[in-house]
Design a protein around this ligand. Structure first.
Ligand code: ASP
Length: 339
């Protein structure tokens, strides 16, 4: 299903074809005419296992780093519940170290992000100065494409799932409204977690289910982010190279975004950082001074608006899955309003 979501975003990209007519593109387009990024899905899959993690880190080979982190994290989580007390103790110590490192990094990133608006404003100024106000229309198309994608996803995917599991759609959305609005305003799945939990409780889901599924969902389930990445990747390639995405690149984006979103934090703006990683994965790194960096800055300029919609979608997705799992595993309370 998660792969379907990425295709969903790419579908919106193909329908709306969002792109900006950027200066320099004509020269670049001549260069890039018919030339596609040198990627094949099988090539990437076979390249995903790192021979040396340090080399992957130094070379910024994103996919290999994510792959290693997933394997490392999975092993650590198994060790934490081992029967052997020694293994449990050392793995908990290791976990605490990583937890601490993660908190430190969060603070560093938050500190840097305070100054990000200045950098984004300067980059956008440069893009508008070079290309004129006409590029604003492209940003409107990106926004519309994303929000239409979000809306279709709510109706088809969530509505469909609720219907399959015979959960009353009206009752569900009445309760989901508060976490939806909270997520829209805070732009953070994590910050919305207490509200989402209350909604799950009110919907009659057993705490045993939602206490596990909602934090997990807030960490790894990012439907809205996936749709956003599909649309924006399309925008970046079309604006900078004057062409759409090839099937190979679309397959790559599906794969990369699926893996990368697992590692995305449920905090404001995380999806935009992920987008840069996805672009790097299809051999189109967003390097300083390139036209791609200018187009990416344009996306960053409207990131807050796009983030509101995608976070609301992410949160409603977590709640939908939680209710469906609870219904399937019979963890809905007798007095559940869903019955
Ligand atoms: N803000 C989103 C969330 O918290 C993540 C993102 O930026 O896509 O779910």
């Amino acid at each position: 299903m998660r792969r379907g979501l990425r295709r969903h975003g790419l579908l919106m990209g193909n329908i709306f074809q969002p792109h900006a007519e950027l200066a320099q593109v004509t020269e670049l387009a001549a260069d890039a005419a018919g030339k596609t990024a040198d990627v094949s899905v099988w090539g990437v899959i076979s390249d995903i296992v790192p021979t040396s993690v340090l080399t992957s880190l130094v070379n910024e080979t994103v996919l290999q780093v994510i792959f290693f982190a997933l394997v490392f994290g999975l092993c650590l989580s198994y060790m934490k519940i081992s029967d052997d007390e020694r293994i449990r103790t050392i793995s908990t110590t290791m976990y605490n170290i990583f937890d601490c490192l993660s908190e430190i990094m969060m603070r560093v990133v938050r500190g840097i992000m305070q100054y990000a608006p200045i950098g984004v404003a300067v980059l956008i100024c440069e893009v508008f100065a070079k290309n004129g106000a006409k590029v604003a229309g492209a940003l409107v198309t990106v926004t519309v494409a994303c929000f239409v994608g979000y809306a279709i996803h709510i109706v088809l995917a969530y509505g469909g799932l609720l219907k399959i599991y015979r959960i009353k759609i009206g009752t569900f959305f009445k309760e989901a409204r508060t976490p939806f609005i909270t997520a829209f305003v805070t732009r953070s799945s994590n910050a919305t977690l207490p509200t989402t939990m209350t909604a799950a409780e009110n919907l009659g889901v057993d705490k045993e289910v939602y206490a596990f599924s909602l934090p997990l969902g807030a960490t790894i389930n990012m439907d809205g982010t996936a749709i956003y990445q599909g649309v924006c990747a399309f925008f970046l390639v079309m604006s900078c190279f004057g062409r759409g995405l090839t099937f190979g690149e679309m397959g790559m984006i599906v794969l990369l975004a699926t893996l990368a979103s697992i590692g995305t934090a449920g905090v404001p703006g995380a999806g935009a950082i992920m987008l840069a990683m996805v672009m790097q994965g299809i051999n189109m790194p967003i390097a300083e001074g390139t036209i791609l960096a200018g187009a990416y800055a344009m996306i960053l300029g409207i990131n807050a608006i796009l983030d509101m919609g995608r976070t609301a979608l992410n949160v409603v997705g977590d709640l939908t899955c939680t209710c469906c799992v609870a219904k399937h595993t019979k963890f809905l309370r007798e007095d559940s309003v869903l019955k």
